[in-house]
Structure formats: C-alpha cells, structure tokens
Design a protein around this ligand. Structure first.
Ligand code: ADP
Length: 264
C-alpha cells in the first residue's frame, strides 16, 4: 500500500497570529478512508487546505505519493472540496462547472460528457445542468460542487464537509459514490454519527489544532472521555448502548443498533 500523503511538523498560523494547526505527523495510505473530526474551529478546514496545498503552511512539509512536496505538481490527482461550494461554481452553467476539471485535464469531450451526465443523474442535477450555479439552492450547490470534484476522477479526495447541506437521499448517494471511488478519501464530517458509514479511521483534532487521537473508528467513537476532552460526545447510537454493552459490541450506527435489538 503506497503512501499518498505524509504531513510532518505541520503548523499553520493565520496572519492575525491564530495558530490553527499543529500536527506532528499525519500519514495517509492509498485506499484509506479517513474521517477528520473535531469541534468547531479546531482546525479541520485548515488541515484540508494544507493537505491540498491550498495554503502555505507556516512550518512543516506535506509530501505526496512518497516523493513530491509540491501539491501543484500532483494537482490533477487531488480532488479538493472546500467548505464553500461557491468556490467551485464559477462558470456560466452547472454543466460547464462539472465539465471544467475534465476539460482542464484534457479528457476527451465524449468521456467528459459521459461523466457529467452520469454524475448529474446520480446527484439529481440533470434538470439543472443549464442553469447558472448562483440560481441553485444550498443543497443543489453542494451536490454540484461534489460532482465537479468527482468529475475528473482524482486519486485522492479531500472533502471538507461534503454532506453539510445535503438531505438524506443525496447523502446516501454521495456516500455510495465515495465508496465506489478508489483512492484515499478524507472526509470532514460535521457530526460523528456519519463517521462509521464513511470511514475506517478517525483523526480527532483538538481545539488547539493538534491531533488528539488517530485510530480506528470504534476505538475513538466509543471513548467518551476522549471525545469529551475535545468538547464532543459519542454518536447517539453509542450513547444509547454505552453503559449496557462492552465497547467492542456497541453498535456504531442506527442500522447496526436495529439489527442488534432485532436479533436479541
Ligand atoms: P474548523 O474547520 O475545525 O472549524 P478552521 O480550520 O476553520 O476550523 O479554523 C481553525 C482556527 O483558525 C479557528 O480558530 C479559526 O477562527 C481560525 N481561522 C480560520 N480561518 C482563519 C483566517 N482566514 N484568519 C484568521 N483565523 C482563521
């Protein structure tokens, strides 16, 4: 398994002196799904920006694919979704926005059209393709932004809150798209409840931008003390079962909880 991202001694301070990021070491391997979680303002977005090479960290290095330290040199392999969908949608129509990445990378017109049509179909954008992006609702914009990142088929996806404004149906569809997409996936989640559905590994960011924990989903999500130390609490399903079952048996999702109760 190759190393996709290797961040070392990564520090970022904004010009006003806010130290938003202080990561000793974070390595992500090919094919991993990593959820970065933490309270508001802990530095999750800043970490994504640094990993995606979209800010110059104050100190430290980010190495990609085991060799290059320049994100721009691997830009076509990195799909970065920032928190604000408006950052992605700048063309005249939604169709052009989704086709932008493939066009930049020289994908054939035919293949690009196919990708746009398939993503639009899955994400409920087919009837919106000829609309200007500013005429979309919040959820539609977010789906269009996700489509524009997936369209060029990047090897690595850095997604800052890809599910924030999206309702349940499309949330499931985006999760399925990510599941089917080969490559390392870093997902920022606003709530811990979706983490077990999207990731095998959790990086927990503390309020000071340091990493408080980096481990498998179960060990982090069932550790109430750890989560409370950074101002979070375990997902609802975990809270429901935590004093009843040992950590190794606690269902992490509502579906798993239902199965457990049915089989009992
Ligand atoms: P999160 O994504 O976890 O909510 P951020 O990475 O957005 O956290 O922010 C981390 C810290 O950096 C916060 O204290 C935030 O106020 C600060 N911060 C974020 N962006 C800026 C900026 N452009 N200038 C100054 N401080 C910032």
């Amino acid at each position: 398994m190759g190393r996709v991202i290797d961040a070392r001694s990564l520090v970022h301070e904004y010009p006003d002196g806010t130290r938003a990021l202080d990561v000793v070491s974070l390595a992500i391997d090919d094919g991993e799904s990593v959820a970065v979680v933490g309270p508001n303002g802990s530095g999750k977005s800043t970490l994504q920006l640094a990993l995606g090479g979209l800010i110059d960290p104050t100190a430290g290095t980010v190495e990609f694919f085991g060799e290059t330290t320049d994100a721009d040199a691997v830009r076509e392999r990195l799909g970065v979704l920032l928190q604000d969908p408006d950052d992605y949608l700048f063309n005249t129509t939604v169709r052009e926005d989704i086709a932008y990445g493939p066009a930049q990378l020289g994908m054939s017109r035919e293949r690009a059209d196919e990708r746009v049509a398939a993503l639009a179909e899955t994400l409920g954008l087919t009837d919106l393709l000829d609309r200007p992006p500013f005429r979309l609702s919040g959820g539609e914009k977010q789906r269009a932004a996700v489509a524009s990142v997936l369209a060029f088929d990047p090897d690595v996806l850095l997604l800052d809150e890809p599910l924030g404004a999206v309702d349940a149906t499309y949330r499931e569809r985006i999760l399925t798209l990510l599941d089917e997409h080969d490559g390392a996936t870093v997902v920022f989640t606003p709530t811990l409840d979706v983490v077990p559905e999207v990731a095998e590994r959790v990086v927990l960011v503390d309020t000071d931008g340091t990493i408080a924990a980096d481990g498998d989903v179960r060990s982090v999500l069932t550790d109430r003390e750890l989560l409370e130390s950074v101002g979070l609490r375990p997902p609802a399903t975990v809270r429901l079962f935590e004093d009843v079952l040992p950590p190794a048996e606690i269902p992490l999702t509502v579906d798993a909880g239902r199965r457990y109760l049915r089989e009992k």
